[in-house]
Write a protein that binds this ligand. Structure first.
Ligand code: AMP
Ligand code: ZN
Length: 470
């Protein structure tokens, strides 16, 4: 069986996974900025992180997983300008910053549960880790990595030798660009560690650093410092895996590495894993191209959240995922078919061979090859379709696969579809006609049933009704 290999953005290679602590993997995932709903593009990032965690568990590792919650400091522009996203949402929705953050965080957690994403061990919030962030900035200040401008304390990227190693930024790109307004920044890649409040007392979330032993004006932390401070607090100064969307490579993660390694003098993270974007109509999801659906919206359209998970697993995480309703329909159909196969296997168990070892090896080889979930799904289908594989061992193996896939296949149970009386009567009539081999008439009734919003699935244990999407 192949050992786990992961593609590391830092080295641009697949590498065998070797954890720092024996049998334990420590993983940090950049979490949501809780100023609005997370869309299906964001959810792809969490399904990917969850699949990684599940594959680590499948391989027998204990996993310590942290997902942070950005509830302060993320500005509308990545260039340390603009308004704080949470403060802006609070003003627009006439709520407190806390209420905004709590609300969108709770919706996000509900969506994760629907997607069968395992809860992380810690959900640290940026606003509750101000002390840790200030301490880290003080450390950088004492080592000479910072400078102060009129609006904040900045990290001097030219002082950190390997700045840009993750994104392979070319040295010429690090110099002041013509088109980039530097204002008081010394280099275009310098970034804010602590921003001063424009007018203290106006922002809802601001802190006086004097309460934490730093002599800076009242303000709030920059977005990047929170991830360094919180990941190191919970996972150690050096830890195994850091995940996020590919948009984080050039700025957010580049800055995390610079400030963490400058502060500790140690390697921050061994494996950097990045998920490619979910796209809609050929472009990344955005206000102008659309596709900013939420999981609840998909549900309202009649899709199950796990169909979206299945859709995500059908594409390797490093490839862009082209979202379309046609693809989601096929994913939903495939998932339903898989679940029905599991139910049939439970209801009418079959004797046969135990083929666990062969299939387990193919499955592990697929997911351990940098999480090749499309191939792992193919192995799942080979198992589901293999009629010479004895049901008891087959079901146990599917349960094992599902530890990595998270599709809730093993808990698949006969879905009780509540159909109106007239639909049930039509179904009975259709059965009678079929018994009498009057197939044409029977098909007409199938159409009538369909017009009433139900599909018929003919299974070995008789016809079953399924509600059609609206
Ligand atoms: P945010 O709440 O904007 O900080 O984003 C949360 C996570 O979603 C980050 O890891 C982003 O990189 C990721 N993300 C944002 N948009 C997409 C997308 N279209 N496809 C995949 N991941 C995304
Ligand atoms: Zn982050």
């Amino acid at each position: 069986m192949k050992k786990l290999q992961l593609y590391n953005t830092l080295t641009r290679r697949k590498e065998p996974f070797k954890p720092i602590h024996d049998n334990e993997a420590r993983v940090y995932t950049c979490g949501p900025t809780v100023y609005s709903y997370q869309h299906i593009g964001n959810m792809r990032a969490y399904i990917f992180a969850d699949t990684l965690k599940r594959v680590l568990l499948f391989n027998g590792y204990k996993v310590k997983h942290v997902i942070n919650v950005t509830d302060v400091g993320h500005l509308t522009s990545d260039a340390d300008e603009g308004e704080d996203k949470i403060e802006r949402a609070a003003r627009k929705e006439k709520k407190s910053a806390k209420e905004i953050a709590e609300f969108y965080f709770s919706v996000f957690k509900q969506d994760l549960r629907k997607l069968n994403v395992l809860e992380p061990d810690v959900w640290p919030k940026a606003s509750e880790h101000i002390k840790e962030q200030i301490e880290l900035i003080k450390k950088l200040e004492s080592k000479g990595y910072t400078y102060t401008t009129s609006d904040g304390i900045y990290f001097d990227s030219s002082k950190f030798k390997d700045y840009g190693k993750l994104a392979r930024l070319k040295p010429e790109n690090l110099k002041a660009g013509k088109r980039v307004a530097l204002r008081e920044k010394k280099h275009k890649t310098d970034f804010a560690l602590w921003k001063f409040s424009e007018k203290p007392g106006v922002r809802q979330q601001e802190w006086d650093p004097k309460n934490f032993g730093a002599d800076w004006p009242t303000g709030f932390p920059g977005w990047h410092i929170e991830c360094s401070a919180m990941s190191m607090k919970y996972l150690g100064e050096s830890f195994d895996i850091h995940t996020g969307g590919e948009d984080h490579i050039a700025v957010h993660h580049t800055n995390e590495i610079a400030q963490s390694e400058a502060a500790t003098g140690k390697k921050f993270v061994n494996y950097w894993l990045h998920v490619a974007f979910l796209t809609f109509k050929g472009k990344k999801v955005s206000k102008s191209t659309g596709g900013l659906y939420t999981i609840s919206e998909l549900e309202e359209m009649g899709y199950s959240p796990l169909a979206f998970r299945y859709l995500c697993l059908q594409t390797h995480y490093r490839k862009p995922l082209a979202f379309s309703f046609q693809n989601l329909d096929s994913a939903q159909h495939a998932l339903e078919r898989a679940r029905r196969k599991v139910i049939e296997e439970k209801n009418s168990p079959r004797d046969g061979k135990d083929k666990t070892q062969t299939y387990l090896e193919s499955f592990a080889n697929a997911i351990n090859d940098d999480l090749n979930t499309p191939l792992a799904l193919q192995v799942l289908w080979q198992v589901l379709d293999d009629e010479s594989f004895a049901s008891d061992t087959k079901l146990a193996l599917i349960e094992k696969f599902d530890l990595a896939l998270g599709l809730n296949l093993s808990s698949a149970e006969e879905e009780k579809v509540r159909a109106p009386e007239e639909v049930k009567q039509l179904l009975e009539k259709r059965e009678e006609l079929r018994q009498k081999k009057k197939f044409e008439e029977a098909d007409k009734l199938r159409e009538e049933i369909k017009a009433r919003g139900f599909a018929i699935e003919d299974t070995p244990s008789g016809p079953k009704l399924r509600r059609l999407k609206k």
